[in-house]
Design a binder for this molecule. Structure first.
Ligand SMILES: CC(C)(COP(=O)(O)OP(=O)(O)OC[C@H]1O[C@@H](n2cnc3c(N)ncnc32)[C@H](O)[C@@H]1OP(=O)(O)O)[C@@H](O)C(=O)NCCC(=O)NCCS
Length: 218
């Protein structure tokens, strides 16, 4: 049976693999990269270092089959990412080039230069947290994404964080439907492309309380 628990360092290799298998707008990015650590070193591993209390996995038969990771405060996270994480993690990769063309060149460039301005967007003030969620493809549409999100929102609420946002590729219809189903609504940010910015409150009553049918009386 699948269970949700906090991330542990021993999950690292499994969650890195899941990240790569879902990084191309929800699809497998394995054929696109010669550096399989690169995308996880941007969108997964730094959260487990900076905000380990907000990183959860779904475990089945002793291994992680999905995860949700995030940060309580995007401005603090982005500052740390720019000043500490990127210089250290960047040593593993070639120097960024000015006009990246390949998948790997693009993400090396993002790791070094693009993360802070793309993370700290005007419009996210009411949604200080942000997150990334990915499940191994064979575990989609089983309700595990819902359970992971509820776990994450409860942890944020307990930490006093009022809202959370996420960025989803406009080319990921399943991801967009998921966030819509989880009560996220669009956030107005300048120059959002190529992603859609979505946010919601950490109050989960809309997701957990039974809906009363309109027109019923007692
Ligand atoms: C997106 C993802 C995390 C969703 O997790 P999941 O376990 O498949 O989703 P759930 O089964 O918990 O669905 C929760 C709700 O989301 C909505 N939903 C999820 N996937 C959907 C889809 N493909 N189409 C329509 N609605 C969807 C539904 O409202 C669903 O509720 P319901 O089952 O009662 O109808 C998972 O599919 C995934 O890892 N995808 C690849 C990576 C990715 O796209 N990550 C997110 C974008 S950054």
């Amino acid at each position: 049976m699948a269970t949700i628990r906090l991330y542990r360092e021993t999950d690292l290799e499994e969650v890195r693999r899941i990240c790569v298998r879902t990084a191309n707008s929800g699809q497998d990015s394995t054929p696109m990269t010669e550096m399989p650590d690169l995308v996880p070193d941007i969108f997964l591993v730094p959260y487990t270092v900076h905000d380990p209390d907000l990183c959860f996995v779904v475990e089945e038969d002793g291994r992680a089959v999905g995860y949700i990771v995030g940060c309580a405060d995007t401005v603090s996270f982005a500052t740390w990412f720019r000043d500490e994480w990127a210089p250290q993690a960047g040593r593993k990769y070639p120097q960024p080039i000015e006009s990246p063309k390949t998948w790997d060149e693009m993400w090396v460039y993002c790791l070094h230069f693009n993360s802070y301005p793309r993370m700290v967007m005007p419009g996210i003030e009411g949604y200080p947290s942000h997150l990334h969620i990915d499940l191994a493809p064979e575990y989609h549409r089983m309700g595990l994404g819902r359970e992971l999100m509820l776990t994450y929102l409860d942890a944020l609420k307990a930490a006093g964080v009022p809202g959370v946002h996420a960025c989803v590729s406009a080319k990921n219809p399943g991801g967009l439907k998921y966030y819509e189903g989880m009560g996220f609504t669009p956030i107005d940010v300048p120059d959002p492309a190529p992603v859609v910015w979505l946010g919601r409150s950490t109050d989960t009553r809309d997701l957990t309380e039974p809906k009363v049918a309109a027109g019923t009386t007692d």
